[in-house]
Design a protein. Structure first.
Length: 268
């Protein structure tokens, strides 16, 4: 269902009102708090479906709804993507092994507002190459967020992310992107994690969207498995992702999905 609030730009991007930021903060806070609590479960020997069961329970206890359960037939409250899985990994009985890295992606609906965030976790001992990948991916996200201010463009965001990751000899996944959200799960714009400065729609106060770069140690190409959800790196290289939901303010942006406990980055 379309969202009747605010106005649309000529690019079809909804501009929300100042009062709408509070709803996004409530939804983002719950999603981030759930991911804070998940950290204690991530260890070798734990099945990803057990993590998803915990997330489902936390959403229900909070009186919220999972945006992913029932979305295009999906049956889980999270996506859990391990090692070379880029995104949309399906929770299941497979257990985590020592050294696994994983992205956990959660979207909740609170009073009609969508809170969407993901972050990286480590099961057991972290290898140096995986640690470096996680660091670069996190820092690329934050550089993208620094580019969010009225007057800049979505190309400025993508360029900040791409130029940094590629300078570290890593690659940006181009097959998936961030998206607008608010009182809908996915809406314009597509937020690309690569691009040229000054290109794409211009940022305006009141835009809400996600930034969620996926960075690979190897080549950028991906493929989707037969389940029609799980995306993996074609060369089986490790992949990492971080995601925040943000809103453009008069002089920059607000991050709706900040970790209440300061646990957004797994090793800092």
């Amino acid at each position: 269902m379309d969202d009747p609030r605010g106005r649309l730009t000529r690019d079809g991007i909804r501009i929300y009102e100042p009062d709408d930021f509070a709803g996004m903060h409530r939804a983002g806070l719950l999603a981030a708090a759930i991911l804070d609590d998940v950290a204690a479960l991530v260890e070798p020997g734990v099945a990803t479906e057990a993590i998803d069961d915990f997330i489902r329970g936390r959403v229900e206890t909070a009186g919220a709804r999972s945006a992913t359960i029932g979305y295009r037939g999906y049956r889980h409250a999270s996506c859990i993507s391990v090692n070379h899985v880029v995104c949309h990994g399906i929770p299941g009985p497979k257990v985590l092994k020592d050294g696994d890295i994983l992205n956990i992606d959660v979207t909740v609906i609170v009073d009609g507002w969508y809170g969407d965030t993901s972050r990286m976790y480590v099961a057991g001992t972290l290898s140096r190459k995986a640690e470096r990948l996680i660091e670069v991916t996190h820092d690329a996200l934050m550089l993208g967020i620094e580019a969010v201010r009225p007057g800049n463009t979505f190309g400025d965001i993508g360029h900040a992310i791409q130029s940094y990751a590629e300078a570290q000899r890593m690659s940006i996944v181009r097959d998936f992107c961030g998206h607008g959200l608010g009182r809908v799960f996915h809406a314009p714009p597509n937020v690309l994690h690569y691009g040229r400065p000054g290109t794409g729609p211009r940022l305006e106060e009141g835009m809400f969207f996600t930034i969620e770069p996926m960075v690979n140690l190897g080549r950028p190409e991906t493929k989707v498995l037969a389940d029609d959800w799980t995306a993996v790196t074609r060369d089986k290289s490790l992949s990492a992702q971080f995601e925040h939901s943000v809103g453009v303010t008069a002089d920059g942006c607000e991050i709706f999905t900040l970790s209440p406990a300061g646990r957004f980055f797994p090793t800092r």
